[in-house]
Write a protein that binds this ligand. Structure first.
Ligand SMILES: [Zn+2]
Length: 244
């Protein structure tokens, strides 16, 4: 493909911005996003959850585009940042691919000096290229994380924000996690799967804590809800099956 001139790129960014603002207006009208008390996101679940009183109301499936630092006044692409899981870096890779094809340095350089408006422009471009359903930014240490939505919907069947359950055998360090299930209602069950697992041995814990407890759960970040994974030991690979 032929390189894009600076003027062409500017026009492309403007169109992308209209596209993104249009999506944001639509989401606001349909789901009243700014009326919820709080939002939380989790890259392992690949979700941003808007909630009120601890109850999830709207769930968006997210892709992380990048990070803008107020201190260093720089934009950093998520595709170049290994602290984001590969499962949430796919949309940004489309932007890099486009940059490679059309010789646009800002889409290829992992990090560059940028304003917040540049950060939104890169997010809009990524939204356009990945046919996103929305965009958002979340405050983070020293700046904002920019993301696009591949899906956004109102939910009524969720009771917790990023909740998980395990068994007492895992919590007490007696047995490893050998069964992980991503339930259709957003819950994550991660247990030893032994015959002693019962309702009485089940324990609630925050998803973050579960992932800290066993980092070998990380590769299941891209497993959809309604699927479960089994392994015979922590040294072995997960085998996935659809359950829901
Ligand atoms: Zn157990």
């Amino acid at each position: 493909m032929t390189p894009m001139s600076e003027g062409e790129f500017k026009g492309f960014l403007q169109q992308a911005n209209w596209f993104m603002r249009g999506l944001m207006d639509e989401n606001q009208k349909a789901l009243q996003i700014d009326t919820y008390q709080r939002f939380d996101w989790n890259q392992w679940r690949g979700e941003l959850v808007f909630s009120t009183g601890g109850t999830p109301k709207v769930v968006a499936r997210i892709q992380i585009v990048g990070f803008h630092s107020a201190k260093s006044k720089a934009w950093g692409w998520a595709w170049a940042n290994p602290s984001y899981l590969a499962s949430v870096r796919q949309a940004g890779l489309r932007a890099r691919e486009f940059g490679t094809e059309r010789a646009i340095l800002r889409l290829i350089q992992p990090k560059w000096e940028a304003t917040e408006s540049d950060a939104w422009a890169m997010t809009a471009l990524t939204a356009r290229l990945s046919e996103a359903k929305g965009a958002y930014r979340c405050p983070s240490q020293d700046g904002f994380v920019y993301m696009t939505f591949s899906e956004i919907r109102a939910v009524s069947d969720r009771t917790r924000i990023f909740g998980a359950r395990t068994c007492s055998h895992v919590l007490e360090g007696d047995r490893p996690i050998l069964l992980v299930s991503r339930e259709l209602d957003g819950e994550v069950l991660a247990v030893c799967g032994g015959e002693n697992d019962t309702a009485a041995t089940t324990r609630d814990l925050p998803l973050d804590r579960l992932l800290d407890l066993d980092p070998t759960l990380t590769p299941l970040a891209d497993m959809p809800d309604g699927w479960a994974a089994l392994r015979e030991s922590p040294e072995q690979d997960w085998t996935r099956t659809q359950t829901g």
